[in-house]
Design a protein around this ligand. Structure first.
Ligand code: NAP
Length: 326
């Protein structure tokens, strides 16, 4: 089978289209013919090897040589212990090791996999998983946003952020989105009451305070985040720098004890029920799926460069195979 492979950390130039051995599903796995895969910042991080914690599977060379965590496709074969899916099912979901999707076939367990609804394209379905998991948990399940609360999403014009703005707005919050100049209009169109251009203004220095901050791109000190939190407010780091991660782990509990403000890392759970819930919100028109650009598998390097260089508004999707029925 064809796959986009990388053997060293680096720029998108290290990505190569190669012929690799087709996978055979283990007893608990589903073999999926991939029709579409979306790109997340986690792919960019795994490609470049930064922040350092993404090198957990390989310090000097990538352990998992195929990127791609969000796939949509058709089940081709199932292992003997698989109960929920059968060959021919159209499915979408998250690869639990955050890789393996930039390929014609992918093998994964049933976990974090759901049936793709009829009427939704494979590209649309592939754009959902990782961003939906983070946004739903950050805003709804762990963030527990209430009407009238002030919520700030840092990195709100990307994959997770475009869902998070809408979920916070649906929960009745007053929403502030932070991203670059190019994405201000998009954030407003999705329901952000206020937008901040991070190239012009530092939201931790403008005197505003928020009940919840969901940060997908954390790089400041925890004291800056504490300053931007209302009394009893919560800051969740979903992604970002090693320094902020360690500060959140080491100083977060102390800040909570001394100020009542909660600073912690959002550990995202991957349960298919969240995918089903997000599908319902999208089907009912309550949440809009924002797909910026589509590429073919052979253009994967270009697609990653587009995201990594800061242009992507919402999601970027790769069409791996054409399917005429959807
Ligand atoms: N915690 C967990 O369990 C868990 C699980 C999975 C993934 N993750 C992580 O969660 C993150 C998810 O990111 P994503 O896929 O939503 O990323 P994304 O689509 O790339 O969105 C990030 C957005 O942040 C913007 N941005 C860049 N620098 C910024 C700054 N200084 N201030 C404000 N915004 C800035 C980017 O704009 P530009 O275009 O300007 O760069 C982009 O629009 C990743 O880091 C991923 O590794 C966490």
């Amino acid at each position: 089978m064809k796959a986009i492979v990388y053997h060293e950390y680096g720029s998108p130039d290290v990505l190569k289209l190669e012929e690799v051995q087709k996978l055979i599903p283990a007893d608990n796995q589903v073999l999926i013919k991939v029709y579409a895969v979306s790109i997340n910042r986690s792919d960019w991080e795994s490609l470049t090897g930064k922040p350092l914690y993404v090198r957990i599977g390989g310090l000097f060379k990538p352990g998992n040589k195929i990127l791609g965590s969000d796939i949509a496709g058709m089940v081709e074969a199932v292992g003997k212990n698989v109960k929920q899916f059968k060959p021919g099912d159209e499915v979408f979901g998250l690869m639990l090791n955050y890789g393996g999707g930039f390929a014609e076939y992918a093998c994964k367990s049933e976990k974090a996999l759901a049936l793709k609804p009829a009427g939704m394209t494979f590209e649309q379905a592939a754009a959902i998983p990782q961003a939906a998991f983070i946004a739903l948990q950050g805003i709804r399940e762990k963030g527990k946003v209430q009407p009238g609360q002030k919520v700030l999403i840092n990195g709100a014009g990307g994959g997770t952020g475009t869902f998070a703005i809408q979920l916070a707005q649906l929960a009745g919050a007053e929403v502030t989105g932070v991203d670059n100049t190019e994405k201000l209009e998009l954030m407003q169109s999705l329901g952000a009451d206020h937008v901040i251009d991070y190239t012009q203004e530092d939201f931790t220095k403008n005197g505003q305070q928020y009940d919840l901050i969901l940060d997908v791109i954390a790089h400041r000190s925890v004291f800056a985040y504490q300053r931007a939190l209302a009394p009893n407010g919560t800051y969740f780091m979903a992604g970002g720098s090693v320094a902020t991660m360690f500060q959140s782990l080491l100083l977060g509990p102390w800040i909570r004890r001394t100020t009542g403000r909660k600073i912690s890392i959002l550990m995202v759970q991957t349960d298919a029920k969240d995918l089903v819930y997000m599908i319902e919100l999208i089907k009912s028109g309550k949440v809009k799926l924002v797909i910026d650009k589509r590429y073919s598998l052979s253009e994967a390097a270009e697609a990653l460069r587009y995201l990594g260089e800061g242009h992507a508004k919402g999601k970027v999707v790769i069409t791996v195979a054409q399917n005429n029925q959807t």
